[in-house]
Design a protein around this ligand. Structure first.
Ligand code: C5P
Length: 417
């Protein structure tokens, strides 16, 4: 009964996935929530108000100007009643209306009138979902801290295959539970995350870099901010929007990332090094474009080692944060990860297998094996292992943050004892 006493206002809009809403309400009520339903006119074509009234045990409303409904609970009271508003399914239309702040029916009016968080479960045809304007609207909502759950990918009612399926009711129920248990769990903590690649210039037009997309680091920053931490994201050059409530420091080179990280680290509770930092940079950056040489098939560029950012943070003597590193490995994963855990003196290392194309660099999904160390005695350390199975990077990031916090708290207790 993790949702005992929680009041969920379920907004249903006109998508075929609305037929799943009675099941969603049943699952939320089973967890102890009180659920009231507001429908748009279109939604009534997919599921009947009578069915929803029967499962929610409340009168279902869809009219902004319904005098009887206003008498029992006005739309403003209803907006204040909720602890969370969930719109599922959320069509492209309601997403566009919320993005613009329209209030031309009961549901959109409630969304403007509520001071409480709003979550949406987008559901629509894959092309409508991919449409630039829908993506821009979603980005605007994310910026305003609207929680966006899904969509899932797969077969669609219209026959298409792609992203646009509503996240299943069981997952939505778990997301709501997670939201209430984790929001504000990290209040008072500062978490610094490095993300993305670095680039190392060779001349005014060329550089050395890698395929890191920054998605994992950005997902981690987002998850930590959603849980109430103050988050500083030190990002290499990537094409990703800054997650809501995250302070972003843009850097290009490993040296710039190092400078920013060292400055932030001592004010941080936890430091998470997710960036794919270039190990080497050019010994000298040519002032002018390096020209092709007609009579020479080879040229030599001397590279020098970059500072190891995470190892430098982990070796801080004063105000050392809890330090988490990543190990992207293509083989011998455990051996290499453990070596890094020990040589870089990390508290935790998260290893992923980049030989598997489904996960890791540039993919939307990832799986991690966590190796962490803790003291048995003052001189002896022990490492333990745990697996976070393959899933979407956003979800994985939330699971990872929870694990990191558990370990961090355990390490604080160890220090006290
Ligand atoms: O040694 P390797 O690059 O494989 O280690 C990976 C881990 O070390 C990652 O957490 C990465 O962010 C961090 N790292 C770093 N500075 C470097 C190289 C790696 O912080 N110069």
């Amino acid at each position: 009964m993790n949702l005992a006493g929680k009041r969920i206002l379920l907004g249903i809009t006109g998508g075929i996935a609305a037929y799943k809403c009675p099941d969603l309400i049943r699952q939320l009520k089973k967890k102890g929530a009180d659920v009231r339903v507001v429908m748009t006119e279109s939604a009534t074509h997919f599921v009947t108000p009578m069915t929803l009234q029967a499962v929610s045990a409340h009168h279902v409303v869809n009219d902004l100007f319904d005098p009887t409904a206003e008498l029992s609970m006005s739309h403003i009271e209803l907006a204040k009643w909720a602890d969370l508003v969930l719109i599922a399914p959320a069509t492209a239309n309601i997403i566009a209306k919320l993005a613009c702040g329209l209030a031309d029916d009961l549901l959109s009016t409630l969304c403007l009138a509520t001071p409480e968080p709003i979550a949406i479960a987008p559901a629509m045809n894959q092309q409508m979902y991919k449409a630039k304007v829908t993506q821009q609207n979603l980005a605007r909502l994310a910026e305003r801290n609207v929680l966006i759950w899904g969509p899932d990918k797969g077969f669609q009612a219209c026959g298409d295959i792609g992203p646009g399926r509503m996240v299943e009711p069981a997952t939505l129920a778990v997301n709501i539970e997670d939201y209430f248990t984790t929001s504000n769990a990290l209040a008072g903590m500062t978490i610094t995350v490095t993300a993305g690649p670095t680039i190392e210039e060779l001349d005014p037009v060329r550089y050395i870099s890698n395929y890191s997309s920054g998605k994992m680091g950005f997902a981690i920053a987002n998850a930590a901010a959603e849980m109430g931490a103050k988050v500083v994201l030190i990002a290499g050059p990537v094409h990703l929007d800054t997650p809501a409530n995250v302070e972003r420091i843009n850097v290009k080179t490993a040296q710039e990332m190092y400078n920013a990280a060292i400055q932030q680290a001592q004010q941080s509770t936890i430091f998470i090094a997710c960036a794919a930092v270039a190990d080497y940079r050019a010994a000298t950056i040519a002032k002018q474009k390096i020209k092709k040489q007609d009579n020479n098939n080879e040229i030599v560029i001397t590279l020098v080692k970059n500072p190891d950012i995470v190892a430098s943070v982990a070796s801080l003597k004063k105000d050392r944060p809890f330090v988490v590193g990543f190990a992207a490995e293509s083989h011998n994963i455990e051996a290499y990860a453990l070596k890094k855990l020990i040589t870089k003196n990390l508290d935790l290392i998260c290893a992923n297998d980049i030989s598997n194309q489904q996960i890791g660099f540039n993919a939307d999904q990832n799986a991690l094996t966590l190796y962490w160390q803790h003291s048995i005695t003052a001189n002896e350390k022990k490492s333990e292992q745990e697996t976070l199975p393959l899933c979407n990077k956003q979800i994985l990031a939330k699971q990872l943050i929870k694990k990191i916090i558990q370990r961090y708290k355990a390490s604080q207790n160890e220090k006290k004892n």
